[in-house]
Design a binder for this molecule. Structure first.
Ligand code: AOF
Ligand code: ZN
Length: 378
């Protein structure tokens, strides 16, 4: 033991390793649904805060769990090590035995977890099990970052709906399309790449049929080497009007497309869309539109934890009205589109979102010539 002044303080060491675990967890964003993207680092005691003996992040589709991978890498070196993990290790018997048991058996001495797991099968029992077995447990290190990583899982488990992240590209004057809903260039190339990254980090991406008719978007992640990270594409289309020639339909066999119509939408349209490889689901109609809470509940039941919403103004305004937006990213381009252009929120001022007490600006960045601001639910 050196003099206390030269020994780095354990809390700082813990924060540093947890940041590493969070970085690993981030790799799983958008790829682990219905499970959360967890990151785990096993650190053996040693100088300078220790040495990594195993790392892991949740596998595609949610398994293996992150801790399992880290333990497998570490082998016998896990004995006496500290596990840094972004979510409480599980305590339930799934396809594999609980991670908490595996940690105990491997002789891990200490577990630092950023957040508790609200899943009713776990919710504190993972930590209780570790403590009963004599492991030291520290909670809440890096909790802010973990809250963002776990947001989809937490929303699905506690609210029965996905975490909803709206993305809007608006002109200086708050418009999203030219008059008559003609597509307009609003944001630049650098923003486009970042939007594709956001898509990769979502489990599903939602648009209204108006956006399909106006823009015929593909909604895939087209970053080099990341095509497999494209989210499920979901269209709110009460009357099932999506054309068979739409890109979302034409590519439905490569990247899943789900179309949500109302109960009374024409059956022949459903059959034609199904024939093309689209999954059609029906929800109740509220004033001729899809009931939003039910639509989101359905997506959560189908395993969606992180939902990105890319338009259009009708869907964005309806979600805002229903208080179903958890975060909103507004990308403001350098140009203006003029008074006849289409407002970002149908029948609403953008300020009802950006200046609302329901939201607080959480981060802002210049991307090329565009300004990105993220607003989080306050
Ligand atoms: C962990 N580490 O990497 C993840 C966890 O269906 P199962 O058996 O895979 O369990 C899914 C639940 O496990 C999920 O709802 C969440 O509570 C937890 N996810 N737990 O220890 C992980 N992804
Ligand atoms: Zn587990």
């Amino acid at each position: 033991d050196g003099p206390p002044a030269t020994r780095p303080d354990q809390a700082a060491i813990d924060r540093r390793w947890m940041a590493v675990a969070a970085g690993l967890a981030r790799r799983g964003l958008g790829a682990t649904a219905p499970n959360p993207p967890v990151g785990a680092v096993l650190v053996a005691p040693g100088p300078d805060g220790g040495r990594v003996v195993g790392r892991g992040w949740t596998g595609r589709g949610g398994r293996p769990h992150a801790e399992r991978i880290a333990l497998a890498r570490a082998g016998a070196a896990a004995r006496g090590a500290t596990l840094y993990v972004t979510l409480e290790p599980c305590s339930h018997q799934g396809v594999t035995p609980p991670c908490a048991d595996a940690l105990i058996e491997s002789g891990v001495a200490r577990v630092v977890a950023a957040a508790m797991d609200p899943d009713p099968r776990v919710s504190g029992r993972g930590v209780a099990r570790l403590r009963e077995a004599g492991l030291a447990v520290t909670l809440g290190v890096g909790r802010a970052e973990a809250a963002r990583l776990n947001a989809g899982h937490v929303a699905r488990v506690t609210l029965g709906r996905p975490h909803v992240a709206l993305k809007l590209a608006v002109s200086q004057d708050g418009k999203v399309a030219a008059a008559g809903r003609r597509p307009a260039a609003i944001s630049g190339e650098a923003s486009r790449a970042r939007v594709h990254l956001m898509r990769a980090e979502a489990d599903a991406i939602l648009v209204g049929v108006g956006t399909v008719l106006a823009d015929d978007p593909a909604l895939t992640c087209r970053l080099p080497g990341m095509a497999a990270r494209s989210p499920v594409r979901v269209v709110l289309d009460s009357r099932l009007r999506t054309p068979l020639a739409a890109r979302l339909v034409a590519t439905a066999r490569e990247t899943a497309t789900w179309i949500l119509g109302t109960e009374d939408a024409p059956v022949d349209r459903e059959l034609a869309l199904r024939e093309a490889g689209v999954e059609v689901m029906r929800v109740a109609s509220v004033g001729g539109r899809c009931a939003l809470p039910e639509a989101l509940r359905l997506l959560a039941l189908r395993g969606v934890t992180r939902l990105m919403v890319e338009g259009g103004p009708g869907v964005a305004a309806a979600l805002l009205d229903a208080d179903l937006i958890d975060e909103a990213t507004i990308v403001t381009g350098p140009g203006a589109l003029g008074p006849d252009a289409v407002d970002a929120l149908e029948g609403r001022e953008l300020a009802e979102l950006t200046a609302s007490r329901r939201f607080a600006p959480a981060c802002r960045a210049a991307v090329g010539d565009d300004l990105w601001v993220r607003y989080d639910r306050a």
